[in-house]
Design a protein around this ligand. Structure first.
Ligand SMILES: C[S@@+](CC[C@H](N)C(=O)[O-])C[C@H]1O[C@@H](n2cnc3c(N)ncnc32)[C@H](O)[C@@H]1O
Length: 255
């Protein structure tokens, strides 16, 4: 009973940490209100700042993709109750992000800048990106992704039926709409600075690698994934095929 309560408290605390990290990330990337931000003037050596930023991105990439692999999960659950595995993944993902937010070194330098209607459009895309990210988590299974479903079922003494493979809404147009949301957030910068460009390029490279690993696991776990992959594009929706022209007979009209 004590273990159930402890695991539940841990999962709830982990979810609260995720919410706080998510809100901070909006300010950090968008440059609103948070004490540390992606963009800003550079302090100190350029080489040291770039090395620190690349190192922080690498720490997140290794943690986030490494811990998502089934082999790592099997190893972790030798020490952590199975119900707390996903919550642990989320807590450590938040820790890697918070480390990045705390130690990130802005680089100065403007790559592009927008104003007027273009700036409004870029902010609209940035906001849409965050909404897509949040929305798609609910389409898959929000509370399962962040480990809350697992700890609640464990606390109630219920078995855990693993999350199903689903293809609702945007999953019919692309296989990775959540990553489309992230890419939109990272590239929709009204003022693109050198650090923001490094961050956007690094996270894009990471997403492209991560989704290959994720698809390998999805194919192994869900037999229907292979057919889904053949039918639905990865990130860019297919334009609808042009409808065939209907042949019409020309008729001579005499005046
Ligand atoms: C951060 S989510 C990203 C989901 C997806 N790659 C996307 O961009 O929308 C990663 C988790 O979602 C799961 N997942 C990916 N596609 C899924 C689908 N169509 N149905 C259910 N779970 C999915 C993966 O197994 C993984 O645990």
């Amino acid at each position: 009973m004590l273990l159930r309560v402890l695991v539940l408290a841990y999962g709830v605390a982990g979810y609260a940490l995720f919410l706080a990290t998510f809100v901070y990330a909006i300010g950090f990337v968008g440059g609103f209100l948070t004490p540390t931000r992606l963009d800003g003037p550079r302090e100190g050596s350029l080489l040291a700042a770039v090395a620190i930023d690349v190192g922080l991105l690498a720490v997140f990439a290794v943690q986030h993709s490494g811990m998502a692999r089934p082999a790592f999960k099997r190893w972790l659950t030798r020490y952590v109750p199975e119900a707390a595995e996903r919550a642990t993944y989320c807590v450590l993902s938040c820790a890697a992000l918070l480390l990045m937010f705390a130690l990130w070194r802005p680089l100065g330098g403007v790559v592009w800048d927008t104003d007027g209607a273009a700036r409004v459009a870029v902010y609209a895309a940035f906001s849409a990106g965050w909404l897509i990210v949040l929305w798609t988590t609910f389409l898959i299974d929000h509370f399962d992704l962040f480990g809350l479903r697992q700890v609640v079922l464990f606390a109630r003494g219920r078995p855990y039926p693993p999350a199903r493979f689903v293809t609702p809404g945007p999953y019919r147009w692309v296989r990775h709409p959540l990553y489309v949301g992230w890419l939109t957030v990272f590239w929709a910068a009204p003022t693109m600075t050198a650090a923001h460009l490094l961050f956007a390029a690094g996270t894009t490279a990471y997403i492209l690698i991560a989704l290959v690993l994720e698809e390998r696991d999805l194919t192994a776990a869900h037999p229907e994934y292979e057919a889904y992959r053949a039918r639905v594009p990865m990130l860019v929706p297919r334009l609808r095929r042009a409808r065939p022209l209907i042949e019409t007979r020309r008729t001579e009209v005499t005046p």
